[in-house]
Each structure stands twice: as structure tokens, then as C-alpha cells.
Design a protein around this ligand. Structure first.
Ligand code: FMN
Length: 189
């Protein structure tokens, strides 16, 4: 039996990421974002939803650039605090022990401790209500050497991304299948 509840954003899992932007007192600022999505493959594009009250909203709106940094579960504590503290009162890089690296295509810093970093240029901004959606083109992607195999492919088990579900952080489980394998098996029947 299905139980209907009030409309809510029950889509999961969404990775929790750190979105960094240029500006502020120190090396730049970043905030924790759960509302992030892949929205186009060519050009490669992502979306992030940011409330206008966030300091990061001002920085991203002004620069039209940001970096999506994918943290590991080991960085959970810093990610959680970055989602409560504001760059208006804190230098999050210095106080949370994260390292800013220069990006190659945008002015926003990469967060060195995050194994994957997507440099983004904003192409569209939509005011949706509580959040504005920034739809951005990925203009450069960086990986830690350790998360790539000898052929330069991402090793999923070298990353430990996590998601937010009902106020709890959860990691992902084991590999459960291969892309296209089920369709291939059916084609053989
Ligand atoms: C797990 C988690 C997910 C969050 N997701 C979002 C989000 O998708 N959009 C948003 O505007 N704020 C989100 N927040 C809240 C901001 O990260 C938080 O308000 C932060 O302090 C803003 O920092 P800033 O003022 O330096 O930009 C999230 C917080 C946490 C802890």
C-alpha cells in the first residue's frame, strides 16, 4: 500500500558537495550543498541550488563562477560545519583546515582535500522560490591521482562520497551492477 504525504523533495541519493567561490577575507569561501545535479553531458553542465541569504550566493552571483568539490566521508566533520558557518563570520579555509588551490579556468579556488573538483562557469540563473538554481558549464575537471586507474578512468571505490537523507549522512554501498549489462543479457535471450 502507498502512503501519500505532502509534496516534498524526496529524490535521493544526492551527493553532498562543497561549492567554493572567490571573494571574502581569506582564500575564498565555500558552503555545503546537497542540492546539486548533473544536467547536461554536452556541454557538460551541473546545477546547484543556493538560497539568496547565503554569503556564497552573493559571491557566485557576482563572479558567475564556482567550483564543485566532491568530498570524501573522511571530511564529513568539516563539511558539516561548512554547512552551518557562514563566510560572513568565518574564514572557513583557515578555520576548518582546508587548502585552497588555484583553479586553471576560473577565479574560484579548488579545495585540495576533495578528490574531484569541477570548475564551473554560470550560464543560467533561475529564481525558483526558496532557492536560486545556478546552471553552469564545467570548464575543467581535476582528479587526485589516487582515484584514477592506469588508463585514467575513475576508480569508484577510491572515492567515498556521501549523501544526506532525512538529516542523516549516509555513504554509498557496494557495486550492484554494470551499466547496460541487463539490456545486453535480454538481447541475447
Ligand atoms: C548537508 C548540508 C546541505 C546543505 N545544502 C544546501 C543547499 O543545497 N543549498 C543551500 O543554499 N544551502 C545548503 N546548506 C546550508 C549552507 O551550507 C549553509 O547555510 C552555509 O552556512 C552557508 O555558508 P555561506 O554563508 O558561507 O555561503 C546545506 C547545509 C548542510 C549541512
Amino acid at each position: 500500500m502507498k502512503i501519500e504525504r505532502r509534496p516534498t523533495t524526496a529524490l535521493l541519493p544526492n551527493p553532498v558537495v562543497l561549492v567554493s567561490a572567490a571573494g571574502g577575507a581569506g582564500d575564498g569561501n565555500f558552503l555545503t550543498i546537497a542540492w546539486v545535479g548533473t544536467v547536461c553531458s554536452s556541454p557538460p553542465m551541473v546545477s546547484v541550488a543556493i538560497r539568496p541569504s547565503r554569503y556564497s550566493y552573493d559571491l557566485v552571483s557576482a563572479a558567475r563562477e564556482f567550483v564543485v568539490n566532491i568530498p570524501n566521508a573522511e571530511q564529513l566533520e568539516g563539511v558539516d560545519v561548512a554547512g552551518v558557518w557562514s563566510g560572513r563570520e568565518h574564514d572557513k579555509f583557515a578555520e576548518l583546515g582546508f587548502t585552497a588551490l588555484s583553479a586553471t579556468k576560473v577565479g574560484a579556488p579548488l579545495i585540495a582535500e576533495c578528490p574531484v573538483n569541477l570548475e564551473c562557469v554560470v550560464r543560467h540563473q533561475l529564481a525558483l522560490g526558496a532557492h536560486d538554481l545556478f546552471i553552469a558549464e564545467i570548464v575543467a575537471t581535476h582528479y587526485d591521482e589516487e582515484v584514477l586507474d592506469s588508463r585514467g578512468r575513475l576508480k569508484p571505490n577510491a572515492l567515498h562520497p556521501f549523501t544526506l537523507v532525512g538529516g542523516e549522512y549516509w555513504s554509498l554501498g557496494e557495486r550492484i551492477g554494470l551499466y547496460g549489462a541487463a539490456a545486453k543479457a535480454r538481447a541475447k535471450e
